[in-house]
Design a protein around this ligand. Structure first.
Ligand code: GSH
Length: 199
């Protein structure tokens, strides 16, 4: 199984943590991508040219990160990260979506901030910052209600928070969110999280 990724992509990190938690180990071949100069094999696999993109052993391409995570969870052995049915399934999928929303807004905000002064869209930055704050507040409320196991929701949340630390530390996401801060402190010590820390 081949994974096209970049070391700092939070979506790719989510997939790498899922693979590690599933015990995929060396069977996951990591292929670092240059998104400014994507190579042909990568673009043939995913016409959108986004990481993460996975190529299965039979050459089948799988994207984007929610689909890859579900695929890994269903075809690889190891602990189940997405409950099969019942209320827990929807709590986990919703938690995953919440984490993905933080990643989407954080990437948008980071790119906007990199634009030259004068071309930056302040209204957009304010709206995305406010959305990140609301999603973090929801995580602070919801995390205690998630299944008491490692699930895809926990992995997504861990990767989203790690990305905020990397790219938007000034947002100070821990302020006023004690439970989430403590939870992240524990969760980021997992071997799967430590092995995938953005460099
Ligand atoms: N919804 C996608 C988002 C993936 C994504 O936006 N990846 C970024 C890197 S963090 C990317 O590949 N950007 C390159 C581009 O948009 O051309 C997923 O969950 O996989």
């Amino acid at each position: 199984v081949k994974l096209f990724y970049t070391p700092t992509s939070p979506y790719a990190r989510k997939v790498r943590v899922v693979a590690a938690e599933k015990g995929l180990g060396d069977r996951l071949e990591l292929v670092a991508c240059d998104l400014q100069a994507p190579d042909e094999e990568f673009l043939a696999a995913n016409p959108a040219g986004k990481v993460p993109t996975l190529l299965g052993d039979a050459g089948q391409a799988i994207y984007d990160s929610p689909v890859i995570c579900e695929w890994l969870d269903s075809v690889i052995g190891g602990p189940q990260l997405i409950p099969e049915s019942g209320p827990d399934r929807w709590a986990v999928r919703r938690g995953e979506a919440l984490a993905d929303a933080i990643m989407d807004d954080a990437v948008t905000l980071m790119l906007e901030r990199r634009r030259p002064e004068g071309q930056r869209n302040n209204a957009l930055e304010q709206a995305r910052t406010a959305a990140i704050g609301r999603c973090l507040d929801a995580l602070e409320r919801e995390i205690p209600a998630w299944p008491q196991l490692t699930t895809l929701a926990h992995i997504g949340a861990g990767c989203a928070l790690g990305y905020l630390d990397l790219r938007l530390p000034d947002l100070d996401w821990r302020a006023g969110r004690l439970r989430l801060s403590e939870w992240f402190g524990d969760f980021s010590g997992r071997p799967s999280m430590r092995a995938t820390e953005p460099s």
